[in-house]
Design a protein around this ligand. Structure first.
Ligand SMILES: Cc1ncc(COP(=O)(O)O)c(C=O)c1O
Length: 415
């Protein structure tokens, strides 16, 4: 197999990288023998690191003993994951879980849930879901429309539905927008507790989240926390919203739930919301509750708990954040370093792709991010198992990459 051979031309970046033949811990192994430090856990997914045979064993056992069950009858693996989530992961009261195959299917389902909830309450005029500037919620046409990620939306205008957007940080702006739109037209409000791909770890104030929660309660607007990136321990707590006075009605997850081993997402809500939909036909997907995915996710979450990885994300993550700030905050190409847990955004004064490429040339993967008010940024979000020594390697390689980009630009920043 040769690299750059055009076989993945449909996916813009797929041919540009090295061929990956395996991985272990925080490293990806290339066909030509390189060890790439995975400083973003893929796309902020691989919370437990790579090469865990135990997860593969669980999926294999599920496949070998049955495989695919549809309709959605109970199976031991589905029940085990549902019970684990309800009993050990989700906040109290979140007893209802709908499984999907990833983040976009989950956020899309949450939009559908908000609409179905309002319809069940006899309010057909409530069809809008409010999103934020900037934000990212996935690549289905509905999730693109509720988000604000200019580069990923580019070329698809007009968006399917022009859902209203509010500022990411201004409580009064939220109140004004909801009044302007008319609460009687609004079904839901969706927000990333800490913005990921679009904002590179922008974090709103407590006052903002209090206002959002209060206005949603007042008008019976379903408040959806998009925890696809921030969920399952990434920020040093089980869910990102738990850092703030942000009280969601619906919690959406993906990425770290399957740890990158299986495609899996989940939408969780309370009994009082879900029971309104009973009999209304909340249609599932063909792969909802896939047995092998459920079995693998139970093992992924078991590893997270057994190895204390959420606490590790908080503690080692804080050290990573400190080292990133100490080393990079004053760099002429860096305008901000922000984030918490094992989740950091570095806002840049230069093209992010140049930094990502320079990092990769030094055997480090970081995730390109930014949109709208954050034109260029990268995410640093390694697996929670990263060691202190690997933190130092990550920071050193990123520093070298930034120095190289700066030198190539003749010592100038692009802005
Ligand atoms: C906050 C958020 N929501 C939704 C998605 C979409 O998830 P997926 O790519 O698994 O469809 C992402 C992906 O990056 C995300 O970060």
């Amino acid at each position: 197999m040769t690299e750059h051979d055009g076989r993945y031309a449909f996916v813009p970046t797929a041919d540009a990288g090295p061929t990956i033949v395996g991985g272990a811990g925080v490293f990806l192994h290339t066909a030509d023998g390189r060890r790439i430090l995975d400083g973003a856990a893929g796309a902020v997914v691989g919370n437990i690191g790579w090469g865990r045979a135990e997860v593969a064993d669980a999926a294999r056992e599920a496949m070998a003993s049955g495989g695919y069950v549809m309709p959605l009858w109970p199976t031991p693996h589905r029940l085990a994951l549902r019970d684990l989530l309800v009993e050990r992961w989700l906040p109290a009261g979140f007893t209802q879980v709908f499984f999907t195959s990833g983040g976009s299917e989950s956020t899309d389902s949450a939009l559908r849930l908000a609409r179905a909830y309002q319809l069940a309450k006899g309010r057909p005029s409530r069809w809008k879901v409010v999103g934020r500037h900037p934000s990212y919620h996935g690549m289905t046409l509905a999730t693109m429309a509720v988000a604000s990620h200019t580069t990923r939306q580019a070329g698809f205008e007009p968006l399917l539905l022009d859902f209203p957007k509010v500022p990411w940080d201004d409580p009064q702006g939220v109140l004004d927008a909801i009044e302007r739109e008319g609460p009687e037209t609004i079904a839901g409000f969706i927000a990333e507790p800490i913005t990921g791909a679009a904002g590179a770890c922008l974090t709103a104030s407590d006052d903002y989240w209090r206002t959002v929660t209060e206005v949603c309660r007042r008008h019976d607007i379903l408040l959806i926390a998009d925890e696809v990136m921030t969920g399952y321990g990434r920020t040093g707590l089980r869910f990102g919203h738990q850092h703030f006075p942000f009280e969601p009605d619906v919690i959406v997850g993906g990425k770290g739930l399957g740890g990158g081993y299986v495609p899996l997402g989940a939408v969780a809500t309370r009994e009082d919301i879900a029971q309104l939909l009973t009999g209304a036909g909340f249609m599932f997907f063909t792969f909802t509750g896939n047995d092998a995915s459920c079995a693998a996710a139970v093992t992924v979450l078991d590893i997270v708990e057994r190895e204390g990885l959420v606490d590790r994300a908080a503690v080692v993550g804080a050290a990573l954040g400190r080292r990133l700030r100490e080393t990079l905050a004053e760099h002429p190409l860096v305008s901000d370093v922000r984030g918490r847990g094992m989740f950091y955004g570095i806002e840049l004064r230069c093209n992010r792709d140049a930094v990502v490429a320079a990092a990769l040339a030094r055997d480090l993967w970081v995730y390109p991010a930014g949109s709208g008010p954050v034109p260029d940024a990268i995410l640093v979000a390694p697996p929670f198992v990263i060691s202190d020594d690997e933190v130092e390697q990550l920071v050193a390689r990123l520093g070298a990459a930034l120095r190289a980009v700066h030198a190539d630009a003749g010592g100038h920043s692009a802005r």
